[in-house]
Design a protein around this ligand. Structure first.
Ligand code: Z5A
Length: 220
């Protein structure tokens, strides 16, 4: 099996903590790309295929026993391996843009920085089970408490990960920010504390600038 990690210009991912506003950002990116005449596939992780959605239920639903951090990581990658092969690669092959609500960076942030699992192990899984990385990742960065306040009214029954304490989410946020610093060419960090219109304008500017960097072969 190949261990190369290929950058895919037409794969765009959205990352960030709870309540950061990824849903609106994704819709804005889809509209922008479709207006320019591109085929667009919207998807999410964990999930994106029927089987991967069943793995999502295992990951986020109620558990009758504690889920080990290692099990959590492997289930995230089981879901991702299926998602990449059933949805992401076929769409990229036919020339579509793929916009994914979360991707491998979430595993580095949540299972790596949050749970304390070895990033080298995550990197090995990424090479073996995924084999590709986004051309652009928008990180919607938001204060942890602000994000939780936004979703408090919505989540009457927080899922298993949402039930974690603030210190876990602070580590996750720091993990995302560290990845953005390490790969500035791929990440654009957006201040998600702005009102929705401000976030929308920042997303629009980031996508517009990114599209201008793409060559004909990136779009073929
Ligand atoms: N996870 C993991 O651990 N490892 C992995 O590898 C992967 C995932 C892939 C997936 O759940 C969970 O799995 C997630 C990470 C983990 N756990 N957590 N926490 P998810 O993807 O379904 O959960 P989420 O990403 O946290 O969804 P979310 O809370 O819905 O976040 P969002 O999509 O960014 O937020 P939103 O729905 O766009 O907005 C939330 C609310 O805020 C909504 O009422 C909006 O109207 C409001 N909002 C949005 N923007 C604004 C602004 N700018 N101002 C004010 N209010 C706003």
């Amino acid at each position: 099996m190949s261990e190369a990690l290929l950058s895919q210009p037409r794969l765009i991912t959205l990352e960030g903590g709870e309540g950061a506003g990824k849903t609106s950002a994704i819709a804005a990116i889809r509209d922008r790309l479709q207006a320019a005449g591109h085929d667009v596939v919207l998807t999410r992780e964990p999930g994106g295929t029927p089987l991967a959605e069943r793995i999502r239920e295992l990951l986020l639903g109620a558990q009758d026993e504690p889920l080990a951090a290692e099990t959590e990581l492997l289930l995230m990658f089981a879901s991702r391996a299926q998602h990449v092969r059933q949805i992401v690669r076929p769409a990229l092959r036919r020339g579509a843009f793929v916009i994914s609500d979360r991707f491998t960076d979430s595993s580095y942030a949540y299972q790596g920085a949050g749970r304390g699992l070895d990033p080298e192990w995550i990197a090995a899984l990424e090479r073996r089970a995924v084999g590709l990385k986004p051309g652009l990742t928008l990180l919607l960065d938001l204060d942890v408490r602000e994000g939780r306040a936004r979703t408090a009214g919505r989540d009457l029954w927080p899922d298993r990960i949402e039930s974690e304490q603030d210190d876990f989410f602070e580590r996750v946020r720091a993990g995302f920010r560290a990845r953005a610093v390490a790969e500035p060419h791929r990440f654009r960090v957006i201040d998600a504390a702005q009102p929705p219109a401000g976030v929308g304008a920042a997303v629009e500017a980031a996508i517009g600038a990114y599209l201008r960097t793409l060559t004909d072969s990136d779009l073929a």
